[in-house]
Design a protein around this ligand. Structure first.
Ligand code: SF4
Length: 227
């Protein structure tokens, strides 16, 4: 870890000492359902719909008994019908294969419908207390702008962050970056002038880094040219 990265991580911890999940959930089943719904949707919107979902379908076995057609009106405001399909199908597998208990390994979770690596890592970190760094769009953007990673993909970003950040800080560091991405380091117009991390931030001194996705394409081309 270089000096800038050390200062950035210390700075993030000072800025967001109480950072935590903004989704509301209280057990692995609720974490799984809420996180599936949160894809391409705001946490605030998900928090509006989940009380009725958890009231009427209180666990995976109850959810497995319903159909996507019944569930969809509850979650319609969170987007695609495929989310309702995935939730019901995932719960059918959980009910049949795991006796209604959400599994606690990355492999088992990512084998469920609608559960990618990020969702699985959220469940592991916040329901089972297993250190993980779920990389969503905020974490990918902020980590690459700050220079905590120089990855081309979310998977690579996760690996680089796990190598850089002490294991006991993984889950918390994920929240620091989400908070910073939502409050300061916005996707389109990052508030670099108001950012407490500006003096160590790689992107603040390299205009092209402000858009990590576009920058990732350029770096991929550069890597290809070198190989
Ligand atoms: S200086 Fe700008 S690009 Fe860097 S973390 Fe702060 S807001 Fe984001």
């Amino acid at each position: 870890m270089n000096e800038s990265q050390k200062n950035i991580l210390e700075g993030l911890e000072k800025l967001y000492p109480d950072a935590g999940p903004e989704l509301h959930f209280s057990n692995p089943y609720e974490t799984l359902v809420a996180t599936i719904l949160a894809a391409q949707c705001t946490d605030a919107r998900v928090n509006q719909v989940t009380p009725a979902v958890f009231r009427d379908f209180p666990d995976a076995k109850a959810m497995a008994q319903t159909t996507p057609e019944v569930l969809f009106p509850y979650v319609k405001s969170c987007g695609f019908k495929s989310k309702a399909v995935n939730i019901v199908n995932a719960c059918k597998i959980i009910a049949e294969k795991y006796d209604g208990q959400v599994p606690s390994t990355l492999e088992e979770l990512t084998a469920l419908p609608g559960v990618g690596r990020k969702t699985a890592n959220v469940v592991l970190a916040f329901s089972f207390g297993i250190p993980a760094i779920p990389v969503d769009t905020h974490v990918f953007r902020v980590a690459n702008r700050l220079g905590l990673s120089d990855a081309l993909t979310v998977e690579e970003t996760e690996k680089q962050l796990m190598a850089l950040i002490p294991r006991d800080k993984w889950s918390q560091a994920h929240h620091w970056m989400i908070y910073h991405g939502r409050r300061v380091c916005h996707s389109q117009r990052p508030d670099c002038e108001g950012c407490a991390l500006k003096s160590w931030c790689k992107a603040a001194h390299q205009e092209q880094m402000i858009n990590p996705k576009a920058d990732a394409k350029k770096r991929a081309q550069a890597r290809k040219a070198r190989s």
